[in-house]
Design a protein around this ligand. Structure first.
Ligand code: GLC
Length: 388
Protein backbone atom coordinates (compact mmCIF):
# COMPACT_ATOMS: atom_id res chain seq x y z
CA UNK A 1 0.00 0.00 0.00
CA UNK A 2 2.71 2.43 1.00
CA UNK A 3 4.93 1.56 -1.95
CA UNK A 4 2.07 1.65 -4.42
CA UNK A 5 1.03 5.14 -3.45
CA UNK A 6 4.61 6.31 -3.17
CA UNK A 7 5.28 5.21 -6.73
CA UNK A 8 2.22 6.91 -8.09
CA UNK A 9 3.13 9.98 -6.16
CA UNK A 10 6.63 9.97 -7.52
CA UNK A 11 5.30 10.03 -11.07
CA UNK A 12 3.22 13.09 -10.29
CA UNK A 13 6.46 14.57 -9.19
CA UNK A 14 8.14 14.41 -12.53
CA UNK A 15 6.86 17.95 -13.04
CA UNK A 16 7.04 19.27 -9.50
CA UNK A 17 10.06 18.79 -7.34
CA UNK A 18 10.67 19.09 -3.63
CA UNK A 19 8.37 16.46 -2.23
CA UNK A 20 9.35 13.67 0.10
CA UNK A 21 7.78 11.18 2.43
CA UNK A 22 8.90 11.76 5.96
CA UNK A 23 6.52 9.51 7.89
CA UNK A 24 7.14 5.86 8.70
CA UNK A 25 5.75 3.09 6.49
CA UNK A 26 2.47 1.89 7.98
CA UNK A 27 2.42 -1.26 10.05
CA UNK A 28 0.19 -4.12 8.97
CA UNK A 29 -3.24 -4.21 10.62
CA UNK A 30 -4.09 -0.62 11.55
CA UNK A 31 -5.66 2.08 9.45
CA UNK A 32 -3.55 4.45 7.40
CA UNK A 33 -3.80 8.13 6.61
CA UNK A 34 -1.56 10.52 4.77
CA UNK A 35 -1.31 14.25 5.26
CA UNK A 36 0.58 16.79 3.21
CA UNK A 37 2.36 19.53 5.07
CA UNK A 38 4.51 22.45 4.02
CA UNK A 39 8.11 22.86 5.13
CA UNK A 40 8.52 26.64 5.27
CA UNK A 41 10.25 27.58 8.55
CA UNK A 42 9.28 24.94 11.13
CA UNK A 43 5.99 23.90 9.48
CA UNK A 44 7.07 20.32 8.95
CA UNK A 45 8.37 19.81 12.51
CA UNK A 46 5.13 21.21 13.91
CA UNK A 47 3.06 19.03 11.62
CA UNK A 48 4.97 15.93 12.75
CA UNK A 49 4.56 16.84 16.43
CA UNK A 50 0.83 17.47 16.00
CA UNK A 51 0.31 14.20 14.15
CA UNK A 52 2.27 12.33 16.84
CA UNK A 53 0.06 13.85 19.56
CA UNK A 54 -3.13 12.80 17.71
CA UNK A 55 -1.81 9.30 16.93
CA UNK A 56 -0.97 8.43 20.51
CA UNK A 57 -2.93 5.39 21.61
CA UNK A 58 -4.53 4.97 18.16
CA UNK A 59 -3.91 2.10 15.79
CA UNK A 60 -3.44 4.46 12.85
CA UNK A 61 -0.28 5.03 10.86
CA UNK A 62 0.02 8.47 9.40
CA UNK A 63 2.34 9.24 6.52
CA UNK A 64 3.49 12.82 6.44
CA UNK A 65 4.17 14.06 2.96
CA UNK A 66 6.26 17.17 2.63
CA UNK A 67 5.28 19.19 -0.42
CA UNK A 68 7.11 21.97 -2.30
CA UNK A 69 7.48 25.21 -0.36
CA UNK A 70 6.29 27.28 -3.29
CA UNK A 71 2.56 27.67 -3.07
CA UNK A 72 2.44 27.77 -6.87
CA UNK A 73 4.23 24.42 -7.23
CA UNK A 74 2.21 22.82 -4.46
CA UNK A 75 -1.03 23.73 -6.18
CA UNK A 76 0.19 22.20 -9.45
CA UNK A 77 1.02 18.98 -7.62
CA UNK A 78 -2.36 18.80 -5.89
CA UNK A 79 -4.20 19.50 -9.11
CA UNK A 80 -2.39 16.69 -10.82
CA UNK A 81 -3.10 14.16 -8.08
CA UNK A 82 -6.71 15.22 -7.59
CA UNK A 83 -7.48 15.30 -11.30
CA UNK A 84 -6.45 11.64 -11.39
CA UNK A 85 -8.74 11.07 -8.37
CA UNK A 86 -5.74 9.68 -6.53
CA UNK A 87 -6.08 8.66 -2.89
CA UNK A 88 -2.39 9.44 -2.27
CA UNK A 89 -3.16 12.25 0.16
CA UNK A 90 -6.12 12.14 2.56
CA UNK A 91 -5.53 15.53 4.20
CA UNK A 92 -4.24 18.45 2.19
CA UNK A 93 -2.70 21.63 3.54
CA UNK A 94 -4.34 24.19 1.27
CA UNK A 95 -3.73 27.91 0.78
CA UNK A 96 -6.40 30.45 1.67
CA UNK A 97 -6.82 31.24 -2.04
CA UNK A 98 -7.55 27.68 -3.16
CA UNK A 99 -10.94 26.53 -1.81
CA UNK A 100 -12.68 27.68 -4.99
CA UNK A 101 -10.12 26.03 -7.27
CA UNK A 102 -10.06 22.68 -5.44
CA UNK A 103 -13.75 22.60 -4.44
CA UNK A 104 -14.80 19.67 -6.67
CA UNK A 105 -12.24 17.43 -4.96
CA UNK A 106 -12.87 18.19 -1.28
CA UNK A 107 -15.33 16.83 1.27
CA UNK A 108 -17.73 18.96 3.27
CA UNK A 109 -16.26 18.85 6.78
CA UNK A 110 -19.69 19.21 8.36
CA UNK A 111 -20.76 15.85 6.92
CA UNK A 112 -18.44 14.21 9.45
CA UNK A 113 -18.47 16.84 12.18
CA UNK A 114 -21.57 19.02 12.46
CA UNK A 115 -19.66 21.47 14.71
CA UNK A 116 -16.80 21.89 12.23
CA UNK A 117 -15.59 25.45 11.93
CA UNK A 118 -16.98 26.78 15.19
CA UNK A 119 -14.90 29.36 17.07
CA UNK A 120 -12.73 30.37 14.09
CA UNK A 121 -12.78 33.86 12.54
CA UNK A 122 -16.09 33.93 10.63
CA UNK A 123 -14.38 35.50 7.59
CA UNK A 124 -12.07 32.49 7.26
CA UNK A 125 -14.97 30.05 7.53
CA UNK A 126 -16.78 32.04 4.88
CA UNK A 127 -13.67 31.95 2.70
CA UNK A 128 -13.53 28.16 3.02
CA UNK A 129 -17.23 27.64 2.33
CA UNK A 130 -18.12 27.02 -1.30
CA UNK A 131 -21.76 26.50 -2.32
CA UNK A 132 -22.69 25.93 1.31
CA UNK A 133 -20.02 23.27 1.93
CA UNK A 134 -17.23 23.87 4.46
CA UNK A 135 -14.24 22.54 2.54
CA UNK A 136 -11.34 23.26 4.88
CA UNK A 137 -10.57 24.07 8.50
CA UNK A 138 -8.36 27.11 9.11
CA UNK A 139 -4.95 26.15 10.56
CA UNK A 140 -3.19 29.49 10.70
CA UNK A 141 -3.71 32.90 9.20
CA UNK A 142 -1.11 35.23 7.73
CA UNK A 143 -0.64 38.86 6.82
CA UNK A 144 2.46 40.47 5.35
CA UNK A 145 4.41 42.60 7.87
CA UNK A 146 7.60 44.67 7.88
CA UNK A 147 10.55 43.44 9.93
CA UNK A 148 13.30 45.93 10.75
CA UNK A 149 16.58 46.06 12.61
CA UNK A 150 15.90 48.09 15.72
CA UNK A 151 19.62 48.45 16.46
CA UNK A 152 20.58 49.73 13.01
CA UNK A 153 17.74 52.23 12.80
CA UNK A 154 18.58 53.54 16.28
CA UNK A 155 22.30 53.80 15.43
CA UNK A 156 21.50 56.03 12.47
CA UNK A 157 18.77 58.05 14.20
CA UNK A 158 15.67 56.62 12.49
CA UNK A 159 12.30 55.34 13.61
CA UNK A 160 10.36 52.64 11.78
CA UNK A 161 9.08 54.05 8.48
CA UNK A 162 5.48 54.92 7.68
CA UNK A 163 5.65 55.26 3.90
CA UNK A 164 7.41 53.21 1.23
CA UNK A 165 9.36 56.33 0.25
CA UNK A 166 10.61 56.75 3.82
CA UNK A 167 11.53 53.08 3.98
CA UNK A 168 13.48 53.40 0.73
CA UNK A 169 15.38 56.44 1.98
CA UNK A 170 16.18 54.90 5.37
CA UNK A 171 17.33 51.71 3.68
CA UNK A 172 19.60 53.67 1.33
CA UNK A 173 21.11 55.75 4.15
CA UNK A 174 21.65 52.92 6.62
CA UNK A 175 22.97 50.60 3.96
CA UNK A 176 25.46 53.18 2.67
CA UNK A 177 26.67 54.06 6.20
CA UNK A 178 27.03 50.43 7.28
CA UNK A 179 28.85 49.53 4.09
CA UNK A 180 31.19 52.47 4.55
CA UNK A 181 31.81 51.09 8.04
CA UNK A 182 32.95 47.79 6.59
CA UNK A 183 29.73 45.72 6.57
CA UNK A 184 29.89 45.10 2.86
CA UNK A 185 27.22 42.35 2.93
CA UNK A 186 24.40 44.51 4.18
CA UNK A 187 21.34 45.21 2.03
CA UNK A 188 18.45 47.59 2.62
CA UNK A 189 15.36 45.52 1.91
CA UNK A 190 14.64 41.86 1.18
CA UNK A 191 11.29 40.52 0.05
CA UNK A 192 9.76 37.84 -2.19
CA UNK A 193 10.56 38.70 -5.81
CA UNK A 194 10.57 35.28 -7.48
CA UNK A 195 7.83 34.72 -10.08
CA UNK A 196 5.36 32.80 -7.88
CA UNK A 197 2.46 33.32 -5.51
CA UNK A 198 4.67 35.09 -2.97
CA UNK A 199 5.41 37.91 -5.43
CA UNK A 200 1.69 38.27 -6.06
CA UNK A 201 1.25 38.80 -2.32
CA UNK A 202 4.04 41.42 -2.19
CA UNK A 203 2.76 43.24 -5.27
CA UNK A 204 -0.80 43.32 -3.95
CA UNK A 205 0.53 45.05 -0.84
CA UNK A 206 2.38 47.69 -2.89
CA UNK A 207 -0.77 48.37 -4.90
CA UNK A 208 -3.34 48.31 -2.13
CA UNK A 209 -1.20 50.41 0.23
CA UNK A 210 -0.90 53.07 -2.50
CA UNK A 211 -4.62 53.23 -3.30
CA UNK A 212 -3.82 51.28 -6.47
CA UNK A 213 -6.60 48.72 -6.22
CA UNK A 214 -6.42 44.96 -5.86
CA UNK A 215 -5.60 43.95 -9.48
CA UNK A 216 -9.14 42.74 -10.18
CA UNK A 217 -12.08 44.47 -8.50
CA UNK A 218 -15.06 42.67 -6.99
CA UNK A 219 -17.07 43.29 -10.16
CA UNK A 220 -14.43 41.48 -12.23
CA UNK A 221 -12.89 44.56 -13.86
CA UNK A 222 -9.10 44.78 -14.09
CA UNK A 223 -8.05 47.80 -12.07
CA UNK A 224 -4.28 47.78 -12.25
CA UNK A 225 -3.84 50.67 -14.69
CA UNK A 226 -4.07 53.65 -12.34
CA UNK A 227 -1.73 56.32 -10.89
CA UNK A 228 -1.42 54.68 -7.46
CA UNK A 229 -0.34 51.41 -9.05
CA UNK A 230 2.14 53.19 -11.32
CA UNK A 231 3.69 54.96 -8.33
CA UNK A 232 3.89 51.73 -6.32
CA UNK A 233 5.34 49.57 -9.08
CA UNK A 234 7.84 52.22 -10.19
CA UNK A 235 9.21 52.50 -6.67
CA UNK A 236 9.37 48.72 -6.24
CA UNK A 237 11.22 48.36 -9.56
CA UNK A 238 13.76 50.93 -8.38
CA UNK A 239 14.67 48.78 -5.34
CA UNK A 240 16.25 46.02 -7.40
CA UNK A 241 19.99 46.57 -7.54
CA UNK A 242 19.67 49.58 -5.19
CA UNK A 243 18.38 48.64 -1.72
CA UNK A 244 17.62 45.03 -2.72
CA UNK A 245 20.11 42.63 -4.29
CA UNK A 246 19.47 41.62 -7.92
CA UNK A 247 18.99 38.13 -6.51
CA UNK A 248 15.77 39.25 -4.78
CA UNK A 249 14.08 38.38 -8.07
CA UNK A 250 14.67 34.78 -7.11
CA UNK A 251 13.79 35.06 -3.41
CA UNK A 252 10.95 33.26 -1.70
CA UNK A 253 10.06 33.59 2.00
CA UNK A 254 12.91 31.42 3.23
CA UNK A 255 15.53 33.09 1.04
CA UNK A 256 14.55 36.52 2.35
CA UNK A 257 14.54 35.20 5.91
CA UNK A 258 17.99 33.68 5.43
CA UNK A 259 19.48 37.05 4.47
CA UNK A 260 17.67 38.99 7.19
CA UNK A 261 18.25 36.46 9.96
CA UNK A 262 21.96 36.30 9.27
CA UNK A 263 22.12 40.05 9.82
CA UNK A 264 22.42 41.11 6.19
CA UNK A 265 19.37 43.30 5.69
CA UNK A 266 17.89 46.36 7.37
CA UNK A 267 14.28 45.59 6.38
CA UNK A 268 12.40 42.46 5.38
CA UNK A 269 8.86 41.83 4.18
CA UNK A 270 7.65 38.47 5.41
CA UNK A 271 4.88 36.60 7.21
CA UNK A 272 4.67 36.32 11.00
CA UNK A 273 6.39 32.92 11.18
CA UNK A 274 9.74 34.67 10.68
CA UNK A 275 9.40 36.36 14.10
CA UNK A 276 9.96 33.29 16.29
CA UNK A 277 12.88 32.18 14.13
CA UNK A 278 14.50 35.64 14.13
CA UNK A 279 14.23 35.59 17.93
CA UNK A 280 15.57 32.05 18.33
CA UNK A 281 18.96 31.12 19.78
CA UNK A 282 20.28 30.28 16.30
CA UNK A 283 19.50 33.75 14.99
CA UNK A 284 22.27 36.34 14.58
CA UNK A 285 19.76 39.13 15.22
CA UNK A 286 17.98 37.87 18.34
CA UNK A 287 16.75 40.85 20.35
CA UNK A 288 17.39 43.31 17.51
CA UNK A 289 14.17 42.91 15.54
CA UNK A 290 11.04 45.02 15.37
CA UNK A 291 7.79 44.31 13.51
CA UNK A 292 5.43 46.99 12.20
CA UNK A 293 2.68 47.22 9.61
CA UNK A 294 3.93 47.49 6.05
CA UNK A 295 4.45 51.08 4.84
CA UNK A 296 1.87 52.93 2.75
CA UNK A 297 2.06 54.98 -0.41
CA UNK A 298 2.47 58.76 -0.41
CA UNK A 299 -0.99 59.69 -1.67
CA UNK A 300 -3.98 60.33 0.57
CA UNK A 301 -5.63 57.10 -0.57
CA UNK A 302 -2.72 55.01 0.69
CA UNK A 303 -3.10 52.95 3.84
CA UNK A 304 -1.15 50.35 5.78
CA UNK A 305 -2.00 46.91 4.55
CA UNK A 306 -0.86 43.31 4.44
CA UNK A 307 -1.99 40.54 2.10
CA UNK A 308 -4.22 37.93 3.70
CA UNK A 309 -2.49 34.58 3.62
CA UNK A 310 -2.85 31.42 5.59
CA UNK A 311 -3.28 27.69 5.41
CA UNK A 312 -6.12 25.27 6.00
CA UNK A 313 -6.62 21.53 6.22
CA UNK A 314 -8.97 19.91 3.74
CA UNK A 315 -9.92 16.28 3.16
CA UNK A 316 -9.82 14.75 -0.29
CA UNK A 317 -12.99 13.28 -1.74
CA UNK A 318 -10.92 10.32 -2.87
CA UNK A 319 -9.80 9.47 0.67
CA UNK A 320 -10.70 5.96 1.81
CA UNK A 321 -10.92 7.15 5.42
CA UNK A 322 -12.65 10.55 5.30
CA UNK A 323 -14.07 10.39 8.80
CA UNK A 324 -10.72 9.63 10.37
CA UNK A 325 -9.11 12.27 8.17
CA UNK A 326 -11.58 14.92 9.35
CA UNK A 327 -10.83 13.88 12.93
CA UNK A 328 -7.08 14.45 12.47
CA UNK A 329 -7.67 17.76 10.66
CA UNK A 330 -9.98 18.87 13.48
CA UNK A 331 -7.39 18.00 16.10
CA UNK A 332 -4.56 19.80 14.30
CA UNK A 333 -6.62 22.94 13.72
CA UNK A 334 -8.07 22.93 17.26
CA UNK A 335 -7.41 25.68 19.79
CA UNK A 336 -4.90 23.74 21.89
CA UNK A 337 -2.67 22.98 18.89
CA UNK A 338 -2.98 26.51 17.55
CA UNK A 339 -2.08 28.00 20.92
CA UNK A 340 1.05 25.86 21.15
CA UNK A 341 2.07 26.74 17.58
CA UNK A 342 1.53 30.43 18.22
CA UNK A 343 3.66 30.42 21.38
CA UNK A 344 6.52 28.31 20.08
CA UNK A 345 6.63 29.45 16.48
CA UNK A 346 4.51 32.61 15.92
CA UNK A 347 1.86 31.09 13.67
CA UNK A 348 -1.19 33.33 13.86
CA UNK A 349 -4.19 31.51 15.31
CA UNK A 350 -7.50 31.47 13.50
CA UNK A 351 -9.47 31.72 16.75
CA UNK A 352 -10.26 35.27 17.90
CA UNK A 353 -10.15 33.99 21.50
CA UNK A 354 -6.42 33.27 21.23
CA UNK A 355 -5.71 36.96 20.51
CA UNK A 356 -6.87 37.64 24.08
CA UNK A 357 -4.57 34.97 25.47
CA UNK A 358 -1.75 36.47 27.54
CA UNK A 359 0.77 33.72 26.80
CA UNK A 360 0.20 34.09 23.07
CA UNK A 361 0.55 37.87 23.26
CA UNK A 362 3.68 37.75 25.42
CA UNK A 363 5.38 35.45 22.90
CA UNK A 364 4.23 37.63 19.98
CA UNK A 365 3.72 41.24 21.07
CA UNK A 366 2.91 42.28 17.49
CA UNK A 367 -0.18 40.02 17.41
CA UNK A 368 -1.65 42.67 19.74
CA UNK A 369 -0.13 45.84 18.26
CA UNK A 370 -0.91 44.81 14.67
CA UNK A 371 -4.41 43.52 15.34
CA UNK A 372 -5.71 45.91 12.69
CA UNK A 373 -3.32 44.45 10.07
CA UNK A 374 -4.47 40.92 10.84
CA UNK A 375 -8.18 41.68 10.93
CA UNK A 376 -8.21 43.92 7.83
CA UNK A 377 -5.71 42.10 5.64
CA UNK A 378 -6.29 42.58 1.91
CA UNK A 379 -7.54 39.50 0.08
CA UNK A 380 -6.19 38.40 -3.26
CA UNK A 381 -8.97 38.49 -5.86
CA UNK A 382 -9.22 34.70 -5.89
CA UNK A 383 -12.93 34.56 -5.31
CA UNK A 384 -13.77 36.70 -8.31
CA UNK A 385 -11.21 35.19 -10.71
CA UNK A 386 -11.96 31.58 -9.72
CA UNK A 387 -9.62 29.11 -11.37
CA UNK A 388 -8.40 31.60 -13.96
C1 GLC B 1 2.27 32.24 2.75
C2 GLC B 1 0.79 32.55 2.83
C3 GLC B 1 0.05 32.02 1.65
C4 GLC B 1 0.69 32.55 0.38
C5 GLC B 1 2.15 32.19 0.33
C6 GLC B 1 2.84 32.81 -0.86
O1 GLC B 1 2.48 30.89 2.89
O2 GLC B 1 0.23 32.03 4.01
O3 GLC B 1 -1.31 32.39 1.71
O4 GLC B 1 0.04 32.10 -0.79
O5 GLC B 1 2.80 32.66 1.50
O6 GLC B 1 4.16 32.48 -0.92
Amino acid sequence: MFFRSATRFASALSVVCGLGFVGAAPAVGGQTLSISCGAVGVELELCKAGVAAWSEGKDVDVEIVSTPNSSTERLALYQQILAAQGDDIDILQIDVVWPGILAPHLVDMTTYDPKAGSGHFPALIENNTVDGALLALPWWTDAGVLYYRVDLLARHGFEAPTTWTEMTEIAQTVMAAERADGDTDIWGFVWQGKAYEGLTCNALEWLDSSGGGTIVADDGSVTVNNPGAVEALSLAASWVGDISPEGVLNYDEEAARGVFQSGNAVFMRNWPYAWALAQSEESSIKGKVGVVALPKGNGTSGSHTGTLGGWNLAVSKYSKNPELAVDLATFLTGQAQQKARAISSSYNPTYPALYEDQEVLTANPFFGTLKETFTNAVARPSEIVGDK
